[in-house]
Ligand binder design. Structure first.
Ligand SMILES: [Zn+2]
Length: 429
């Protein structure tokens, strides 16, 4: 194919690395991406330079998956508790009983296991919730801070401290949250449904968020009764404080039970007030509707419909291998695929579903430097697919990943053995 010289970008500065033939969402032909000093320095159909090359071969690059909601402190607990859990209240009680025995080393080790998997599955940004209360003290928080520092080479970790078992009913919790906010927590979470006074908890958390100038992220409306919602109070409070764009709500499974006209009204309210919404498919599907013996509702808030109304939405992991969710491999692409499948999204909506684990959570988390654009960090994950839709449909393998221009993982393709006669060495003799 003749090369159009207009499209060749000579670089006046030496590049550290160049990615060749990269498919990028929104571009109709593959691009080269030049990296300098950990940042994206050039994007053009062909970059002339002699820097080391990574040939993507027309595969899609994403700027990494953005996990806006996970709980590293209570991940990987299945081995130490029973496996027969009844529902949400039981899961909270089970973890609460184990939490007193969490040590810093224990939380660090379990969290590291999940972070390592997530990096290998292409996650480059993550917001973890951390339980802070008189049972956990600040031990889990300290462990997560250490993980944030130790794994900064692979992902940016944002720490959201929150009162899982209530705030106004749990003396000492607020003081611990304040200490954490003074000592490196990035934002504040909430869980009004476990508080004996949910409205008072919402009020206290907004006040604290103002005092420390941090964002808020609530666990909210996590059942299937649409006759009342804490969402209304959060929207009111967000408006009053001028906190639009800085508040997110997670689960909100009640929204799966409202008819389209009411959903549209709520969506408009969320968009107007700047309250973002996170769906946690693995947990929501596992815990919701358990009171039904059959014909169970799916219990997933329709994030893709709300996103069309301008709501900042995300699909995220939540829990991994614990009583809330006894599944998990750290793959956000798998989570987006699960969401699309359960929400009955068709191929014309697949790219939008991929946005729910990339650009949309980046907006929800206010990550201004996210995206494949000149000047942004060179966070680049190459997926074994040519288009966003194919990546979503096939849960395409992430084949290689870079964080700030530094190699963070490689996944060699499977080597197929077409010879029936050949046996693997050392086995089946
Ligand atoms: Zn959660």
């Amino acid at each position: 194919m003749p090369i159009n010289k207009q499209q060749i970008m000579p670089t006046d500065q030496p590049l550290d690395l160049v990615f060749r033939r990269v498919a990028i969402s929104g571009q109709d032909q593959p691009q080269d991406i030049g990296v300098k000093g950990g940042k994206i320095a050039a994007i053009a159909p062909q970059i002339r330079c002699d820097a080391p090359e990574i040939d993507a071969g027309g595969r899609l690059a994403v700027p990494g998956f953005v996990d806006s909601h996970i709980h590293l402190d209570k991940a990987c607990l299945l081995g130490r508790c029973g496996h027969n859990h009844g529902g949400l209240a039981d899961a909270i009680a089970t973890v609460a009983a184990m939490k007193r025995d969490f040590t810093e080393a224990d939380v660090y080790e379990r969290g590291a296991r999940v972070i390592q998997k997530a990096i290998g599955k292409g996650t480059t940004r993550m917001r973890t919730h951390v339980e802070v209360d008189p049972r956990a003290g600040l031990r889990s928080f300290s462990a997560i801070k250490a993980l944030k520092a130790d794994y900064a080479w692979g992902l940016d970790l944002s720490i959201c401290v929150f009162p899982q078992e209530g705030l106004t009913n749990d003396p000492g919790t607020e003081e611990l949250l304040v200490t954490a906010l003074q000592d490196g927590a990035d934002l504040l979470g909430g869980c009004p449904y476990t508080d004996t006074d949910p409205a008072a908890q919402i009020e206290r958390l907004f006040t604290l968020a103002q005092r420390f100038d941090v964002d808020l992220d609530f666990h909210l409306d996590f059942d299937l009764d649409p006759s009342w919602m804490h969402l209304d109070e959060v929207c009111r409070r967000t408006e009053r404080q001028g906190w639009g764009g800085r508040v997110a709500i997670g689960h909100v499974t009640k929204l799966s039970m409202v008819p389209p006209d009411r959903l549209a009204t709520i969506g408009q309210r969320l968009a107007d007030t700047g309250v973002g919404l996170t769906v946690l498919p693995a947990t929501d599907l596992y815990l919701m509707g358990r009171q039904e013996s059959h014909a169970r509702p799916r219990g997933l808030a329709p994030a893709h419909l709300l996103a069309e109304q301008g709501v900042r939405c995300s699909v995220a992991t939540n829990n991994v291998l614990n009583p809330f969710t006894p599944f998990g491999d750290g793959s956000l692409l798998r989570m987006a695929n699960l969401y699309a499948n359960v929400a009955q999204c068709g191929p014309h909506e697949f790219e939008q579903c991929l946005d729910l684990v990339t650009t949309s959570p980046a907006r929800l988390m206010r990550l201004d430097d996210y995206g494949i654009a000149i000047g942004n960090p060179a966070d680049l994950i190459i997926l074994d697919a040519a288009t966003p839709g194919a990546a979503l449909a096939e849960i395409a393998e992430p084949v290689i990943g870079f964080k700030r221009g530094r190699l963070s993982f490689e996944r060699p393709p499977a080597q197929l053995n077409m010879s029936v006669a050949r046996k693997p060495a050392g086995l089946l003799d």
